[in-house]
Design a protein around this ligand. Structure first.
Ligand code: CU
Length: 132
């Protein structure tokens, strides 16, 4: 569990992101230029990822540290398993993002090329994903 101080810090960041996202919705309503909307969405994604990083760091310094230093081996195994699954889900999401193009060209017969959309299913923010 995060400290009250950390919780209000995280909440403030999320409220700021909420305001930012509402601004993006207004841009869409006002039919803003696509690239401008995408850039704002990338900024929102970055901000969401940074909040996830803050939470992860807090989790490592509290729950995980507590479990590692404690005598409950089941709890230790549990928190480590959680982190591994989080890492794993992040790695899968990242490898789904963009498949590299061989020789910089799009292979024949592949409509639309090898690029794939980022999977939204895992819900793992970018900052928690493993970078290659
Ligand atoms: Cu925690």
């Amino acid at each position: 569990m995060a400290t009250p101080n950390r919780r209000s810090h995280v909440l403030n960041r999320l409220k700021s992101i909420d305001g930012h996202l509402r601004g993006v919705m207004r841009m869409v309503e006002d039919d803003a230029y696509c690239i401008d909307v995408i850039q704002q969405l990338q900024a929102v994604q970055g901000a969401v990822g940074r909040v996830a990083s803050v939470l992860l760091e807090d989790h490592l310094q509290t729950c995980v540290t507590h479990a590692i230093q404690g005598n409950d081996s089941d709890e230790r195994t549990r928190v480590i398993g959680e982190l591994l699954r989080l890492f794993d889900a992040g790695a899968r999401t990242t490898s789904d993002e963009v498949a590299p193009v061989a020789n910089g060209s799009i292979p024949d017969g592949e409509v639309g090329g090898p690029f794939q959309h980022v999977s939204e299913a895992s819900g793992i923010p970018a900052a928690v994903r493993i970078t290659r």
